[in-house]
Design a protein around this ligand. Structure first.
Ligand code: ADP
Ligand code: MG
Length: 565
């Protein structure tokens, strides 16, 4: 099958070919001829990534009279991001047509600018429901001339509570128009809409059986609930060249995870409904331009987003509605590429994996969270690959070459390579020395994890010291190295001022040289450790080999005991 056979005009075919589309996708092949030949209503059931935009966009523009300035095509979709994406696509499809004006209208942006664009004569308007209702009520938009109304991602719009808005909008359009509805799922509410607004619609269904692309590798990992965040970091470290999405269940979780990852130096940004429109635009822009590697997003915010070459979709938490798994995973393995969909679950969530396997009709493979050796190897090789791929700028280097040569002249080529790699890599080795196995299983104390044994330094302070208590220990994933980092980053002291450390089950002690100890409690109060709040207080020096919890209680008083000195 070719696009030529679908009945599209030469100008449109040229634009399609410019986009690199050669073979119509299934939904395009099934819908386009039908929509061109008749004025039928249409109901298309298809997953994201199946090419729906062209399936409705191409026949839409062919049926529009661009010599007129009347608004003839109306596309309604759930989010601003989609609105922009569809507008961009339709503009690309119509670039060889006379004076097309395709206008996007959505909330959060200047309504005056949008009104001005509409006034210039917009043959096609792509809109989110809320803003469109505003425009209608302000009489800034006339829909009497609409010939075709498209409802894209109808199920999502209904999920988001746009039913009334859609009712109102459609009531403003002429009875004679055609309605084309697209949806990834067909819940009762969508059925009802098709009954209400459509007249014996032509139905197209594609890919119900194997709903996700075949070239997606599905994997899940099992971790303890409290290790989810650490596990995400492992995955990001294991895939240093990732260009992907992390899905969270709520806006709050999305914000928190992205903020923490960003703080820890990962190249991520967030996309969710609590951000301002400007922030959301900036996030999408950075992601499209690949200045960020990972977008941390909610289901709603990322619905239908089409960015090429996404390598991984990570489910920080599985969606509450398992159907959303397919939508999420559909962000990768697009346009013939392959991708991975990685899920983190806790020990009680295996049933969800089985549910999803049923829906996607394929197996989700269990894998272990990569251990430090695996990660080091991946990172090392990624670094080496980057070094090998680096272009040498001889002109610039020439100036310094004599100096550089002098410094290195006593090293062999191997030594020089080792030094450069180590210079980049040592930090990483340090971090992973201190981390254990995150896989949740009955005997999860194995796998060479070195929790609580990480900081091998013999920490002895020469002068006076102050001892502190903190209510974090092994149970909260703390080890000596992590404690040193926590103390140093929160209070700003140098690690050489930290003396003896004892990490116990649910609490720990550490010593700080007297001179540096003043700011510890103030500096650490109000901070969190991997999302967990904690309490730090001064306590009495360690007696002999003791340092037991009992001893501490008696001497410094518990939090609630009110016996603090
Ligand atoms: P959907 O709306 O079903 O989620 P899109 O319309 O966003 O899917 O299309 C998904 C991706 O596939 C887009 O990047 C689009 O440019 C590309 N695409 C669509 N149709 C074709 C085709 N016939 N050949 C190649 N790529 C296509
Ligand atoms: Mg779409």
């Amino acid at each position: 099958m070719t696009f030529e056979k679908l009945g599209l005009n030469a100008d449109i075919l040229k634009a399609v070919s410019d986009l690199g589309f050669e073979i119509p996708s299934e939904i395009q092949e099934k819908s386009i001829p039908q929509l061109l030949e008749s004025d039928t209503d249409l109901m298309g059931l298809a997953q994201t990534g199946t090419g729906k935009t062209a399936a409705f966009g191409l026949p839409l523009i062919q049926k529009i009279d661009f010599e007129s300035k009347d608004t003839q095509g109306l596309v309604i979709c759930p989010t601003r991001e989609l609105c922009n994406q569809i507008t961009r696509d339709i503009k690309a499809f119509s670039k060889y047509l006379p004076r097309p004006n395709v206008v996007a209208v959505y909330g959060g942006a200047s309504i005056d600018n949008q009104i001005r664009s509409i006034k210039r004569g917009a043959q096609v308007i792509v809109a989110t429901p809320g803003r469109l209702v505003d425009l209608i009520k302000r009489k800034a938009i006339k829909l009497e001339t609409v010939k075709i109304a498209v409802l894209d991602e109808a199920d999502e719009m209904l999920n988001m509570g746009f039913k009334e808005d859609i009712d109102f909008i459609l009531s403003q359009t002429p009875q004679t128009k055609s309605t084309w509805l697209f949806s990834a799922t067909m819940p009762k509410e969508v059925r009802r809409i098709t009954k209400e607004y459509m007249d014996d619609p032509f139905e197209v269904t594609v890919g119900t059986k194997n709903t996700t692309a075949k070239n997606i590798e599905h994997v899940y990992y099992m971790v303890k609930e409290r290790d989810r965040y650490l596990a995400i970091k492992r995955l990001l470290d294991f895939y240093p060249d990732i260009f992907g999405l992390i899905f969270c269940r709520t806006k709050r979780e999305t914000g928190m995870i992205s903020e923490k990852l960003e703080k820890e130096g990962y190249n991520v940004t967030a996309l969710h409904g609590d951000l301002s429109q400007a922030q959301r635009d900036a996030a999408m822009k950075k992601f499209r331009e690949r200045t960020v590697q990972v977008l941390v997003a909610t289901d709603v915010a990322a619905r239908g987003i089409d960015v090429d070459s996404v390598t991984h979709v990570i489910h920080y938490n599985l969606p509450d509605d398992v159907e959303n798994y397919t939508h999420r995973s559909g962000r990768t393995a697009r346009a013939g590429k392959s991708g991975m969909s990685l899920s983190l679950i806790n020990t009680k969530e295996s049933y969800k994996i089985r549910q999803i396997e049923k829906i996607i009709g394929s197996k989700i493979e269990y894998k272990k969270i990569p251990g430090s050796d695996d990660i080091r190897e991946q990172q090392m090789m990624a670094l080496v690959d980057r070094v090998v791929a680096t272009e040498v700028n001889e002109n610039e280097l020439d100036k310094y070459w004599d100096m550089i040569y002098e410094k290195f002249q006593n090293y062999s080529a191997e030594e020089v390579v080792m030094k450069f790699i180590s210079a980049e890599f040592n930090k990483f080795i340090e971090y992973y020395k201190k981390s254990g196995d995150l896989n949740a299983s009955k005997n999860d104390k194995d796998s060479g994890g070195s929790n609580a044994r990480g900081d091998k330094k013999n920490r002895n302070l020469s002068g006076d010291s102050q001892r502190f208590f903190i209510n974090l220990g092994e149970k909260q994933n703390l080890n000596k190295g992590a404690l040193v980092r926590l103390v140093c980053t929160t209070s700003g002291i140098n690690s050489k001022d930290i003396g003896r450390i004892e990490v116990h089950g649910g609490y720990s002690f550490f010593e700080v040289s007297k001179s540096a100890s003043k700011g510890i409690v103030a500096g650490m109060t109000g901070k969190d450790y991997e999302g967990k709040d904690f309490v730090v207080e001064e306590t009495e020096p360690r007696k002999g080999g003791g340092g037991s919890y009992k001893g501490r209680k008696k001497r410094s008083g518990g939090r609630s005991g009110g016996r603090r000195r």
